[in-house]
Design a protein around this ligand. Structure first.
Ligand code: F6P
Ligand code: MG
Length: 461
């Protein structure tokens, strides 16, 4: 629309694009999963009215027509955009709009019901996948505890040594936070739980360092360090969250590190206001994660339905593991109750367009983000929205591709994104061709699986 980039966005009609693959292969799987979930919930209820309503919701889910008004301000712009697109089909529509529309449509169907208003069709999957990330969760809890102890115990190290250590830790924490994005639930259509566990371990992380193909973490660190050295009392970092479960857990690890090291004094987390792209964080996921950590033994040791069916009994947590998780819970809940770690929702994040629209669509949110030292955007969808999901030349500077949020915007942007879509910018000349290798089909397949990543920074001040 009016404020968007003029670079053409990715369309589902382009057969060489990931947009096409996702419309053809992934949406049906995601929608069928959603329908299965409602059927399951319908069969669990004895309330006849609720059952009838649940069945009607299922019929609503895959339509592509104007959204019914659920009282929220974004419905009008969704419908206006749909009208401007003419009569699009699922296979001839801008990919970004179509996917947002799909999840917005699902939310509308529930919002307009009387018995299913708060229902999150993805909640079951989000929690069970988090539970299956147990090895990586425990490994990181141990590492985090160790690290905080080291930071508190400065010994007789010089300021220079302390600064060097802080910088290395910042990089490591950001990388942990970055790779936590590689395993979102929309990829579960092609990955097994075992694949995910392998991707989440520290070995995999180290091996993946070379796969960060644009890396501005040093500039981001220098920005935070400078604000701290200048003696600024209030230094906020915002994290525009992506996925719940393991990714939220690593986001909290980064948030905790920034607060404990004094690189930030306050963290604002931005979850979504409605269930979104299967696994994105809604406020309840944050509460559920803390509850699981508050009482980890029953969470991990009570067999799941699948484990019961397979006759498996999970190994109970050791006392050391319980203590390390308790340490995390205590640190995070203290930051939360002190007001240093806060959640702030906005309906802007679930609108149908790109973040090029932020200054005009959500001026208040835009002003808030200018207060931040750095706004960290997690994940693939946030990156697509920052860059307008455009078919940019991959050597375009990141600062150009994010348009109104680039230099002069007043917002410092750091994108931590594992690549799961075609759009990519900020690459060295020739790298895209190298990664495409022998494949002359025009497809950018290397960028679809979360194997490669970018950490791109734009100084907007
Ligand atoms: O359909 C694939 C997809 O939904 C992409 O549109 C999206 O970019 C990605 O999966 C979700 O990834 P992330 O959770 O990193 O935003
Ligand atoms: Mg996501």
């Amino acid at each position: 629309m009016e404020f968007d980039t003029k670079t053409r966005p990715s369309y589902t009609s382009d057969k060489t694009s990931f947009a096409y693959i996702s419309a053809r292969d992934r949406w049906p799987v995601i929608l069928t999963g959603a329908i299965d979930d409602v059927h399951r919930a319908v069969s669990e209820t004895t309330d006849e009215e609720k059952r009838t309503e649940g069945k009607r919701i299922v019929e609503e889910l895959a339509k592509l027509n104007p959204l019914p008004d659920d009282g929220k301000p974004d419905i009008a712009s969704y419908n206006k955009e749909l009208e401007q697109l003419g009569s699009p089909s699922w296979f001839n529509i801008p990919w970004l709009y179509a996917e947002c529309y799909l999840y917005r449509r699902i939310a509308t169907a529930f919002a307009l019901s009387s018995h299913w208003k708060q229902y999150d069709i993805f909640a079951r999957q989000k929690m069970s996948t988090f539970r299956s990330s147990r090895p990586a969760v425990l490994e990181l809890a141990g590492r985090y505890h160790e690290l905080i102890k080291q930071m508190e115990n400065k010994g007789n190290k010089s300021q220079e040594e302390l600064d060097a250590a802080e910088k290395i830790l910042f990089m490591e924490m950001c990388e942990i936070c970055l790779w936590g994005n590689a395993t979102d639930l929309s990829l579960l259509t092609s990955l097994t739980y075992e694949d995910i566990q392998k991707l989440q371990g520290s070995e995999a992380r180290k091996a993946s360092e070379k796969n960060i193909i644009a890396n501005d973490l040093e500039a981001a660190y220098n920005t935070l360090k400078k604000a701290k050295s200048e003696g600024k009392k209030y230094r906020q970092v915002d994290i525009v969250l992506d996925n719940a479960g393991f990714e939220l857990y690593v986001d909290l690890i980064l948030a905790g590190f920034l607060l404990s090291s004094g690189l930030a004094t306050n963290i604002i987390l931005h979850p979504k206001a409605i269930p979104w792209f299967v696994s994105d964080v809604v406020p309840k996921d944050f509460a559920d994660l803390l509850n699981a950590l508050a009482n980890p033994q029953p969470f991990y040791s009570t067999p799941s339905e699948d484990e019961v069916a397979a006759g498996k009994t999970p190994t109970p947590l050791s006392q050391k593991e319980i203590d390390e998780l308790a340490f995390l819970f205590k640190t995070w809940s203290e930051f939360h109750s002190e007001g240093q770690l806060m959640l702030r929702t906005s309906t802007f994040w679930t609108e149908g367009g790109s973040y090029w629209r932020l200054p005009s669509s959500a001026p208040k949110l835009y002003e808030d983000l200018k207060e931040s030292e750095i706004v960290i955007f997690k994940g693939d969808l946030n990156y697509r929205k920052l860059t307008g999901d455009g078919i940019w030349d991959p050597t375009t500077p990141f600062t150009t591709a994010i348009g109104p949020l680039g230099p002069g915007s007043g917002v410092n942007v750091l994108a931590l994104r594992t690549c799961k879509a075609d759009v990519v910018v900020g690459l060295k000349p020739g790298l895209d061709e190298e990664l495409k290798g022998e494949d002359k089909s025009g497809k950018r397949e290397w960028a679809w699986s979360g194997k490669w990543a970018v950490c791109s920074f734009s100084n907007g001040k």
